[in-house]
Design a protein around this ligand. Structure first.
Ligand code: MOS
Length: 735
């Protein structure tokens, strides 16, 4: 049953992607297509007094300029704008709704023209008169205004008292700046009218989420709107919520009754969601022998004035390290900025960075090896819930990662290891994320000729969903993978949640298993319509499909080909639809873990940092595809390198604007920054987490990486940098 599951199968959509056959949201060429270009606010807060589009409208080829004053009707209730992943508290932003300006870069007008260049030049001629209001975009300046939000992590014991009494203490503040997803593909939507049906090609991680949202915003019926997103050039969380360009494209299409495409520029995408700048305060107390006695973790993060976005930053220590006293607090500061959103391992990427740097600092204070300290404090239980894990092969991650990295050859003394003029540093950190499963429905259509189509409304955001679905279906139906076609990214397909949270693989593959079982049952029933069926009386639990045949597992001689069975039952296809059954059992915690080891080489004179080696050992249950799984972890490590050394949105707080809204000045790692990355998958069999033992891999790859690098930089230089990114000016020693 496992010819494909666990193998290194190449992407089944790879050819379509490299040949350009795969079309993205901004690539649908339709006769009469109108192009929209967004005019954004240049101020962060205030009101629109007047929009003068006279000059823009006079440009030949310009069809219309939409503003809040002349746009088609939109819903006036907040609930209509709440999508599946909108923050619970607050009122979602309504694109082009009224004259209120809530953030710089907010769309204020949409220029519609025959071609994109015309729309763009005309957009530069739209004049906007503002009434400015005082704004604030600086987290540090507004820190005193922070308010606490409810989180499930409850305090234990008396963390303050235990800290005060601890033999060894470490207290510090860490900072992660605002970071952007910067997917390669620009956000785009193409809205097409056809006989009063609206079809939207959208860049999104959730077609059904956008479909429901559009129905709400435009008061349309479910069957009047379909949303398509079969391919995405990266999302990383930026496509979880409907983005404003989809509303603008639909507004244009409704106004003109013509197909309209709105594609954002890279700069405009800096007015979408982002990873919120976060201050993380850690206080750890230990006995002299290295037992943890107190842990306090406080996060202070940015949100917008109109929504309260927050994730779990502070709870991860509860999962990793045993301590009788603990306190966690998450605070928010409202600023005149767009609402932050999920970005790869939201909360964990930031919170675990701080926690794992703090653990390293505690190890230094204890004169202990950092990995030894983690093993000493290792928790076999989720302490907040006081339950064990379905599986937690984290000890094995430390062991295999350390062995491959050569951790035992580390000289603990900072600045003690060298390579010519470079200081060499070795650091490590732990990673942790959730292993979730969400309800998803999968349809399988098995044809008499031994082909199967498997479909659900998920999007493949580049993670490999098409491929793992083809693998699992092929194995479960006993067919060659070439006989499987996968359909995704269409809101009319069976229900599927957003592609996010690393939950799609477990959700969809377990749903495939249930659907394949139903297909086998149907096939058996059909086969038994044959006179003298060789499978007569065979129980459905005793049949398997292999090599295009259905046979009895007890007596392999009793079999029929798929074609033969269908002929017997006078059927040319079998269609089944089943849902997975997410485990509601609260008696176990479900998590994925990793141990990250990093080597940096720091030029002693110039402070230039290179990450020369990273070993990431991951325990994530059953690995469905070694190739796509490794790609996910490698991609996460690359992000971690960017987080540690490069990424930072810079704001000019006088104007409330991002200054480096492009990927020339917002630095991301390039090929030259990436050296040796080794990915290890630790064996982890977990029949408890879900029937197939799948945990998901989309996010764990980034968690812990920035901390491992920061810890390595300390080891190399003796300089502890607690605010990211670690740039050369922060490490260079002027003496
Ligand atoms: Mo992910 S941040 O849930 O796309």
């Amino acid at each position: 049953m496992t010819a494909y599951i666990g193998s290194a199968t190449s992407r089944v959509d790879g050819r379509a992607k490299v040949t350009g056959e795969a079309r993205y949201a901004g690539e649908f060429s339709i006769g009469g297509l109108v192009h929209g270009y967004v005019v954004e606010s240049t101020i962060p807060r205030g009101r629109v007094v007047r929009i003068d589009a006279t000059e823009a409208l006079a440009v030949s080829g310009v069809i219309d300029v939409l503003t809040h004053q002349n746009r088609p009707p939109m819903a006036d209730k907040d609930s209509a704008y709440k999508d599946e992943t909108a923050p619970e508290k607050g009122a979602p932003y309504r694109p082009l709704y009224d004259d209120v300006i809530r953030f710089s870069g907010q769309p204020l007008a949409l220029v519609l023209a025959d071609d994109w260049e015309t729309a763009r030049i005309a957009a530069s001629m739209v004049k906007i008169e503002y009434k400015k209001e005082p704004h604030t975009t600086d987290l540090h300046a507004q820190r005193a205004e922070a308010f606490t939000v409810d989180k499930p992590e409850k305090p234990r014991g008396d963390a303050a008292k235990a800290l005060a009494a601890a033999a060894v203490r470490h207290e510090a503040e860490y900072f992660i700046p605002t970071e952007y997803h910067n997917p390669m593909e620009l956000f785009a939507s193409t809205a097409v009218w056809d006989d009063d049906h609206l079809t939207v090609h959208d860049k999104t991680q959730g077609v059904q989420n956008v479909q429901q949202y559009l129905c709400g915003v435009f008061k349309m019926k479910s069957d009047e709107v379909s949303v398509m997103s079969p391919y995405m050039g990266g999302g990383f969380g930026s496509g979880l919520r409907p983005q404003y360009q989809v509303v603008l494209a639909v507004l244009g299409a409704l106004a003109l009754k013509r197909p309209v495409r709105v594609m954002l520029t890279r700069a405009q995408m800096y007015a979408l969601g982002y990873r919120p700048a976060t201050i993380e305060r850690l206080a750890l107390g230990a006995n002299g022998d290295g037992t943890l006695v107190s842990m306090r973790h406080e996060a202070i993060a940015v949100t917008s004035q109109f929504e309260e976005f927050s994730r779990n930053d502070t709870g991860w220590g509860n999962l990793l390290y045993k301590t009788p006293n603990a306190k966690f607090e998450h605070k928010l500061v409202k600023l005149d900025v767009p609402t932050p959103c999920d970005m790869r391992a939201p909360g964990a990427a930031t919170g675990v960075f701080a926690l794992e740097c703090a653990m390293d600092e505690l190890a230094v204070a204890l004169k202990s090896d950092p990995m030894h300290l983690r093993l000493q404090c290792y928790s076999d239980r989720h302490q907040g819930e006081d339950v064990p894990y379905t599986s937690k092969q984290l000890r094995e991650c430390y062991r295999e990662g350390a062995a491959s990295f050569g951790w035992d050859k580390r000289n603990a003394e900072p600045r003690s290891m060298r390579d010519g003029s470079d200081l060499v540093g070795w650091g490590m950190a732990t990673g942790v994320w959730e292993a979730l499963q969400m309800p998803a429905t999968v349809r399988i259509v098995l044809s008499a000729n031994g082909h199967a189509e498997v479909s659900t409304a998920a999007s493949d955001i580049g993670t490999g969903t098409y491929t793992i679905m083809a693998q699992v279906t092929a194995d479960m139906l006993g067919l060659p993978i070439e006989n499987i076609s996968v359909r995704l990214g269409d809101s009319t397909l069976p229900q599927c949640p957003l592609e996010g949270g690393s939950w799609i693989a477990s959700s969809v593959c377990n749903a495939i298993a249930n659907t394949a079982r139903a297909v086998r049952a149907d096939l058996l029933k059909i086969a038994n319509k044959a006179k003298d069926s060789p499978l007569a009386g065979v129980d459905v639990g005793d049949v398997a499909l292999v090599d295009g045949k259905i046979f009895s597992k007890r007596d392999a001689g009793r079999s029929m080909t798929i074609a033969g069975a269908m002929l017997a039952g006078k059927a040319d296809r079998i269609t089944c639809e089943e849902t997975n059954k997410p485990n509601e059992d609260k008696s176990h915690a479900r998590n994925v873990h990793s141990a990250v080891f990093a080597e940096v080489k720091v030029d002693e004179e110039l402070g230039i940092i290179r990450v020369t080696r990273v070993v990431n050992a991951v325990a994530a249950g059953r690995i469905l595809n070694l190739k796509t799984a490794r790609s996910q972890i490698m991609g996460g490590v690359v992000w971690g390198i960017g987080m540690a050394l490069h990424e930072e949105a810079l704001h000019d707080h006088r104007f409330g604007r991002v200054m480096n809204a492009n990927i020339a000045e917002y630095h991301v790692p390039v090929n030259a920054d990436i050296h040796d990355i080794e990915v290890i998958f630790v064996d982890e069999q977990d029949p408890l987490v879900n029937p197939l033992g799948i945990k998901g891999l989309g996010e764990i790859g980034i968690v812990g990486v920035a901390a491992a690098i920061a810890n390595a930089v300390y080891h190399a230089t003796g300089k502890r940098v607690r605010d990211l990114p670690i740039t050369l000016d922060k490490v260079i020693q002027f003496d």
